[in-house]
Design a protein around this ligand. Structure first.
Ligand code: NAD
Length: 440
């Protein structure tokens, strides 16, 4: 068997091409247009480090599509950032925003750096330089960044401040979301991705597709990644009565069949920088966590963690993709064959961009909504999103809708949830492209 290609662009094209088999009348040229990023911005700049030396950093800001509104998407700081990864993540943002029906397009940013080796002052200098280099790319009504891997509300505060100094006299709070509350951030934004992940799972389980798993209470859950998304998801699922039996970060994982005490894990990580070594737990690797005997597996870290080599060993009944792109197309096929359901990233982690949109709306009106209002709106949005995909999936299951093999014209098998979600999102973007007259 040939080795699986773990290339970000190839994977996003495979997912798109699979979805297009279920969309009738999608013109060839329009397919090409929707696959391509609108604009790729690349900048290299030097930054002085604390020891007086100077290092060059390569940065990206990609706008994939703005048919529905300003570009929207996080900025990640990571040594493995590549142009291909940022392009594929920007594309994912286009589908995600379209799926949850918010008036944003898709964008993403990245800086190739290792934040673990950089001081706070160095990160601030990099962020300020990133913002000034891209000051004519990002903007309150053109492209609005947010936090992602190894960036947070402090990063957003620096971006806002730099942009505001360069554009005086405007309401510039809208230029980034995920800001600290005191700087125009929204209540609930920091928690939104993990919280939304829980709402989506709760709604999905209520459809009773997995007879032995119909609610979160009592479920045994393994979570890869204990940053913003992973830690908040752990808390949100824990509050609903789930047992978090395993957690991990980049240093490895911990396992306790009786369930982990989250407050103790957070305190241990704060003190030691890593969850490994937490008293009363067994140490496991990140690879072992993926294959753990559990009910729900939540990848909440980096991409391509469930792939052709390990998908057959996944024992969870449900995978909830809190991270972006954690499952490869080959793994999708294996999981489906094995009866493992997957709630795809564009649904599972859409809570983040949804509350980012609420933050942007609040900033426009100079308002501050309370947490209850934000969470009620978020839950409604997530429930609607799951219902839409579930109903569409049922239409395929009962034969009301069909996919077609483009070469033979023969009907093809029923799509999985990722494909149904992509079909819905791509159709919306394609229709808007035609209605706006962008497509000649
Ligand atoms: P974060 O930087 O707060 O946390 C990342 C976590 O992943 C850390 O615990 C880190 O130790 C762990 N990690 C890093 N490399 C790892 C590896 N090789 N193996 C296992 N764990 C590893 O980032 P975050 O904001 O929590 O984002 C996590 C994922 O969620 C990313 O895929 C991101 O794109 C996605 N996401 C985030 C948001 C958001 O609002 N922050 C929204 C949507 C999607």
């Amino acid at each position: 068997m040939s080795k699986e290609i773990l290339d970000h662009i190839v994977i996003s094209e495979q997912q798109f091409n699979r979805a297009s088999l279920y969309i009738n009348h999608l013109q060839r040229g329009l397919v090409d247009f929707l696959q391509q990023p609108k604009r790729i911005n690349i900048v290299n700049f030097p930054v002085e480090l604390d020891d007086g030396s100077v290092k060059s950093f390569r940065c990206y800001r990609v706008i994939h599509n703005r048919v529905f509104g300003p570009g929207k998407g996080g900025i990640r700081y990571h040594p493995d950032v590549t142009e291909e990864e940022v392009v594929s993540l920007a594309k994912l943002m286009t589908w995600k925003c379209a799926l949850v029906n918010i008036p944003f397009g898709g964008a993403k940013g990245g800086v190739i750096c290792n934040p673990k080796e950089l001081s706070t002052n160095e990160l601030r200098r990099i962020t300020r330089r990133f913002t000034s280099e891209f000051f004519d790319v990002i903007g309150p009504h053109t492209d609005i960044p947010a936090p992602d891997l190894y960036t947070n509300e402090q990063t957003m505060a620096w971006i806002y401040d730099t942009y505001d100094v360069m554009n005086p006299g405007e309401n510039n709070q809208l230029v980034v979301t995920g800001k600290p509350i005191d700087l125009g951030g929204s209540y609930g934004r920091n928690e939104a991705t993990g919280q939304g992940c829980m709402y989506v799972t709760e709604r999905f389980l209520s459809k009773r597709l997995i007879p032995e798993l119909t609610e979160i209470a009592g479920a045994r859950i393994a979570i890869q990644g204990f940053g913003n998304v992973g830690s908040i998801a752990a808390e949100a699922f824990g509050k609903q009565g789930a047992k978090i039996i395993a957690l991990s970060d980049s240093g490895g994982g911990v396992y306790a069949e009786a369930g982990l005490n989250l407050d103790a894990v957070i305190a241990f990580k704060q003190e030691h920088g890593c969850v490994v070594g937490m008293p009363g737990t067994l140490t496991i690797t990140n690879e072992e966590l993926i294959e753990l005997d559990c009910d729900i597996l939540i990848p909440a870290a980096i991409s391509n963690q469930i792939h052709a080599e390990n998908a057959n060993n996944v024992k969870a009944k449900l995978v909830v993709e809190a991270a972006n792109n954690p499952t490869t197309p080959a793994a999708d096929t294996i999981l489906e064959k094995n009866g493992v359901f997957v709630i795809p990233d564009i649904v599972a982690n859409a809570g983040g961009v949804t509350v980012s949109y609420y933050e942007w709306v609040q900033n426009q009106a100079n308002e501050q909504w309370d947490l209850e209002l934000v969470n009620n709106k978020l839950k409604k949005k997530m429930d609607e999103c799951v219902d839409t995909i579930f109903q569409r999936w049922q239409a395929f299951v009962c034969g009301e809708e069909k996919g077609t093999d483009k070469e033979t014209g023969e009907p093809i098998e029923c799509p999985d949830f990722r494909t149904v979600a992509l079909v819905t999102a791509i159709e919306r973007v394609a229709n808007a492209t035609l209605i706006r007259g962008i497509w000649p």
